[in-house]
Design a binder for this molecule. Structure first.
Ligand code: C2O
Ligand code: CU
Ligand code: CU
Length: 418
């Protein structure tokens, strides 16, 4: 509305999808969609109000992944929505343009709720002019990737068969099997979200692409890359160059995820998957070149406090998630150095709520705003972590592995921002 307030209603409800010919798959979705959810969108400076109604048969929550916001609005395990109830979250968007998302976060059941289909994008816009393709659904296209195992009767396979979580061999883009995109411009920007519970994707179109953004916003400058690894929860914005009439396929290539062979294969790392076919028209509208400068946001500078987190056996620092225990207390607005060490044979990643972070020990050009980072077996990732400006002495934020089976298993800690 005129006061810069954006009000959304979002209902989570069961539905029925058709993924296999002639078979009905029971699914869950948001906003009247049987699977997935509508893209929410707001501008920096606007106040957002989302009224989430739960029409599911069980308690859920709705978390705004990547958003800096008060802990009570975070939608983590401490903001349950009982069946039949409506939860209202409101906050002011105070962060740069980015591709964020939302999904359930009920303690111990996140993987199942997300796997049933609950997830959607939340795009943040800002007023910084940058000449990237921005016509939603035309040359600025969301690609929400998620994989499912389908049983012969069409139902989702919810059996755990490996140590990373639910993996399937049917990949859906925006809830669609065997998806394709009709392209009408010479460049197309894909906002790719890995909404899978456990699968990582190494994205490639078989030609170099410009990586222009990741989790928390645009890069300082585009990077020309052959492929991009996306672990669960991560996002990448890529600009793909298309030639008239020449089809291309966005694929996921094998990646060992830094794990030894057997482990990598069990984690899906040996799989090659077709994700999305791009079908350029015979005549393409010319798109402007990718700008040389994308963001002038100042990088974080060295943090004061150092915190260390050791990942092993689906625990962090030997601890399992305890909703009644506070594990870390971080001063409001602080920038700190956090170190994540994976002492496990399994690949993990780490997602920090409320925070924007930048991985250290990478070339300056690769310095990007993240909220979820891969931590391969046997490695340490150091990151500058800046928490938001909202203090709350009671309600914690979460940090956890975004392989949802691990999160549910307790690979999650709680921190207060005070
Ligand atoms: Cu995307 Cu704590 O989650
Ligand atoms: Cu999150
Ligand atoms: Cu993990």
């Amino acid at each position: 509305d005129a006061g810069g307030r954006r009000v959304f209603g979002l209902t989570a409800a069961p539905g029925t999808s058709a993924f296999l010919d002639g078979l009905a798959t029971p699914t869950w979705g948001y906003g009247g969609m049987p699977f997935g959810g509508p893209t929410l969108r707001a501008r920096r400076g606007e106040e957002v109000v989302v009224r989430v109604t739960n029409r599911l048969p069980e308690t859920t929550t709705t978390h705004w992944h990547g958003m800096t916001l008060p802990a009570r609005m975070d939608g983590g395990p401490h903001q349950p929505i009982a069946p039949g109830e409506t939860w209202e979250a409101s906050w002011r968007v105070e962060q740069p343009a980015a591709t964020l998302w939302y999904h359930p976060h009920p303690h111990g059941a996140t993987e199942r709720h997300v796997h049933r289909g609950l997830s959607g994008l939340f795009l943040v816009d800002d007023d910084v002019p940058v000449d990237l393709p921005d016509r939603y659904g035309v040359d600025d296209v969301p690609v929400v990737l998620t994989d499912r195992g389908l049983a012969p009767d069409g139902a989702f396979d919810e059996q755990h068969r490996n140590a990373v979580g639910l993996l399937g061999d049917t990949v859906l883009a925006n809830g669609t099997v065997a998806p394709y995109l009709d392209v009408r411009t010479s460049r197309v920007r894909l906002r790719v979200l890995n909404a899978s519970p456990a699968r990582s994707y190494r994205l490639s179109v078989g030609a170099p692409v410009s990586l222009v953004g990741v989790d928390g916003g645009l890069l300082p400058a585009p990077r020309v890359v052959d492929d991009v690894l996306l672990t669960p929860g991560e996002r990448a914005e890529i600009v793909v160059e298309c030639a008239p009439g020449r089809r291309m396929v966005l694929r996921s290539l094998p990646d060992d995820l830094g794990a030894v062979n057997g482990v990598a294969a069990a984690a899906g790392g040996a799989d090659s998957l077709d994700l999305l076919e791009l079908r350029p028209a015979d005549r393409l509208e010319a798109s402007p070149p990718v700008p040389a400068v994308l963001s002038r946001e100042a990088p974080l500078t060295e943090g004061s406090t150092v915190r260390r987190f050791v990942l092993a056996n689906n625990r962090i620092n030997g601890l399992a998630m305890d909703p009644t225990r506070v594990d870390e207390v971080v001063p409001v607005g602080a920038t700190e150095t956090w170190e994540f060490t994976n002492r496990h044979t399994l690949p993990h990643n780490i997602h920090v709520h409320d925070a924007r972070l930048q991985v250290l020990d990478v070339p300056a050009a690769a310095r990007a705003w993240k909220d979820t980072v891969a931590v391969a077996p046997g490695t340490t990732v150091r990151a500058l972590v800046r928490v938001g400006p909202y203090a709350d002495p009671e309600v914690p934020y979460m940090l956890h592995c975004h392989l949802l089976r691990h999160e549910d298993d307790g690979m999650m800690l709680q921190f207060l921002v005070v």
